[in-house]
Design a protein around this ligand. Sequence first.
Ligand code: 5AD
Ligand code: SF4
Length: 477
Amino acid sequence: MSENKVIDESKQGEALMVEQPQNSNGKKLFLESYGCAMNFSDSEIVASILKDKGFSTTQDFFEADVIFVNTCAIREGAEQRVRQRLNEYKKAKKTNPDLIVGVLGCMAERLKSKFLEEEKLVDIVVGPDAYRSLPELIETAETGQKAVNVLLSKEETYADIAPVRLGSNGVSAFISITRGCDNMCSFCVVPFTRGRERSREPETIVQEAKDLFEQGYREVTLLGQNVDSYLWTGGGLKKENPTKEELEHATTFAQLLEKVALVHPDLRVRFSTSHPKDMTDDVLYMIAKHENICNYIHLPVQSGNSRILEMMNRGYTREWYMSRIDSIRKIIPDCAISMDIITGFCSETEEEHQDTLSLMEYVKYDFGYMFAYSERPKTLAERKYKDDVPAEVKSRRLAEIVDLQLKHSALRTKEGLGKVHRVLVEGVSKKSKEQLFGRNSQSLVVVFPKENYKPGDYVNVLAESCTGATLIGKVVK
Ligand code: 5AD
Ligand code: SF4
């Protein structure tokens, strides 16, 4: 999952608020998250665990007894951002020497106790599978000792913890369905920071979706590093060789999608992230079958060249990827498709970069998340290949890719003109209080006059004009 996808960029690092607990312990928590949607979803688990212990939240870190920052390690830049933030917390520690600072998430898992040496201010280091131990870790830190728990688990899915919905618009929520990743893409640090892939019991997922619907939510996004490899066979960890009987009673991702779609026709279902090597036609037919499963697939390609894809250990070729695109177009004709692309991976030539551009021309993606390759310690690529594409070449190639994507996004947006879109209203438009915004099934933002509509309503909007990535229109009955 990309650092800035699904999550609105403005939410990165925003303090997350929880309603006050009944059993208050008088202590205040300042909690902020960086990185992918999974991190934001994890913070909702963390908030739930600490709310149970009586913590209330604050938006002012000078007021906090405990500061937690949920971190991302996907690229060097993401880590630098966290370090800058830690520097700012130093000011709060000066005014409150008892303040406890904890780092959570992928960067904590990557650096482990080294974090304590590198950043003297940090008291607690906790990996993504160890959040249940947070109350004890806080107790330890309160005695003046440092506390670390970076154990990775093969079972933990936090399935029984009801997340506290943070920074929510009351309309859309995340539900995590798998944790970890078994793929070992050579550039990626996630398998090291989030451990083995585990699927969560389907009934707990469906129950969470039902609860959300009853609370007024109208959209859920099922989250996993590779949702297509979701498989429940009575246990979370994937069996090497499941028996025929186990497979007959298993729940696949396509089946899970259907179970969630059946919760209510007015509950929209989205999911992220799909993996081209694992996305089956079953999933596509399921999307086509249910109106409330959104016609939008985030299908990271990373590169349009088969040699680079092989070095990246992605498990597919350019041709395979194109055939997946062809299947999507055939089975779900109005499906929006988005991608992640890494530019300037080890030894990438100019021709290979051109292959990425030509693949983009083939697909004409609706949206894209594009990054310059950033070497990560301990990954396969760091051990095997040289990060030899000069920084200025990486940024020039990135700029070419971004430019082309902007063109394609504008083109796709224009295709929506003159059509009626079923829009789920999310809130008031940033530009005008008189306007509301929401998304269509393809995840495109649509803006229209407010009238008496409110977040959570479905409206049909005729698109009359557009900007680069937004449709503007009026409600038609
Ligand atoms: N450098 C640059 N981008 C990366 N991503 C993952 N690892 C790296 C890296 N080392 C990108 C991929 C992935 C997304 C979540 O982040 O495109 O799909
Ligand atoms: Fe990283 Fe690849 Fe797993 Fe995505 S599928 S988290 S890119 S290893």
